[in-house]
Ligand binder design. Structure first.
Ligand code: B12
Ligand code: SF4
Length: 314
């Protein structure tokens, strides 16, 4: 069975960290899958043709706010030209209303909800073992909602979260980091966010899990040694754990190579003095500050403070 992970990015410069993690996590457990990336600037027909020519048996789309419409259209067309294809979705944009999504999109066999590594690996394993017969074994898989061969939608058992140290560091797997040439490298050292902004999907996972500093230091050094121009941390609120953020900023400060920029999204209202000092001293050049509604006054102070010190803010 050929299983194909499909990512459609906002622009060429972006990459989809999630699908690389899923592919690598599965490969480490003996399950090989293929991966392909496009952008929303590609013509839909070209994407359709490219997927068709790869002759997959199973396609799993990574669904985000910037590509959901695109994915829906392509999946519907794929289903017309490859009616036996098993089409799955995963990612934040389909995770929280999966039953409704499935009811509306009959071309999808199912949705892998939430954190994908373990769920995708289980599901890909089922297809590798049972082939097309896997559709009758889907109740063995955790974390999914699926349509059975009679058309009924079922909900699987919940999936347990993984330790963040189990998430693969994907960049060292590619010689010269080829797929990422001239692109932003995304990097994750935590999952979850302790805040509850009602408009935000990241607020659903309140438990914050951290990657151990032992791994993080090795990986930061990898970026520095490879003189990567831009690393963007995708941690939902980078500074929600002071010890963790301070350890990372200190490491960057002490090992700066004069080339690599690190980009963080932080919550301004919880910055402490020590964090402000280290981030001002160090080569942490790009800091993305976002507002939390009742902290506007402090937010303005902090922005003025950073601007005085000639830090770049976005
Ligand atoms: C990188 C990024 C972007 C990049 C695009 C990257 C790309 N590939 O093209 C840029 C900067 C362009 C961008 C833009 C926007 N973004 Co943005 N972005 C992110 C960010 C920071 C990282 C995503 C990521 O890689 N995470 C790391 C991966 C490993 O985690 P994950 O996404 O949760 O993936 C896991 C699961 O979801 C699942 N999964 C994911 N894909 C798949 C696929 C399969 C098959 C399976 C099984 C599982 C699976 O498994 C993964 C691993 O466990 C997230 C916030 C975040 N930290 O996640 C926001 C986020 C996705 N963006 C968001 C928003 C709102 C936007 C914008 C609309 C902002 C704006 N107002 O302009 C724009 C949209 C642009 C457009 N053209 O329409 C929101 C979406 C929330 C929502 N739906 O309301 C998020 C969640 C930020 C937030 N907290 O608000 N974004
Ligand atoms: S602080 Fe940011 S990531 Fe956390 S819930 Fe609010 S908007 Fe989402």
């Amino acid at each position: 069975m050929k299983i194909l992970l499909v990512a459609i990015n906002a622009k060429y410069i972006h990459s989809n960290l999630a699908v690389y993690c899923l592919k690598s996590y599965a490969a480490k457990r003996g399950i090989e899958v293929e991966l392909t990336e496009y952008t929303i600037n590609h013509r839909r027909d070209d994407i359709l043709m490219n997927i068709y020519q790869r002759k997959p048996d199973v396609v799993a789309f990574s669904c985000y706010i910037w590509n959901l419409e695109f994915v829906q259209d392509i999946a519907a067309d794929l289903y017309k030209v490859l009616p036996d294809l098993e089409i799955w979705g995963g990612g934040p944009e389909v995770s929280y209303d999966a039953e409704k999504f499935l009811a509306k999109h009959p071309e999808f066999r199912g949705i892998m909800k939430g954190e994908g590594e373990r769920t995708f690996c289980e599901l890909a394993g089922l297809y590798q073992i049972y082939g097309k017969e896997a559709v009758n074994k889907l109740d063995e898989c955790h974390g999914i909602v699926w349509r059975d061969p009679k058309g009924e939608i079922s909900q699987g058992l919940p999936q347990a979260p993984i330790s963040l140290d189990e998430v693969p560091f994907i960049y060292e797997e590619y010689e010269n980091m080829m797929p990422f040439e001239n692109r932003i490298l995304y990097y994750e050292t935590s999952r979850g966010c302790p805040f509850s902004c009602s408009y935000c999907l990241s607020s659903i996972d309140k438990r914050v899990r951290l990657r151990s500093m032992e791994l993080v230091e090795k990986e930061l050094q990898f970026f520095l040694d490879h003189k990567v121009p831009q690393v963007k941390f995708v941690d939902r609120t980078f500074n929600c754990n002071h010890r963790h953020s301070m350890a990372i900023w200190r490491y960057i400060k002490e090992h700066d190579n004069g080339i690599t920029n690190f980009h963080f999204e932080i919550a301004a209202d919880i910055l402490n003095e020590e964090e402000i000092e280290v981030s001002l001293d160090s080569e942490v050049k790009y800091i993305e500050i976002f507002n939390i509604p009742d902290t506007e006054v402090r937010m303005v102070d902090i922005i003025m403070f950073f601007e005085e010190k000639k830090k770049f803010l976005v």
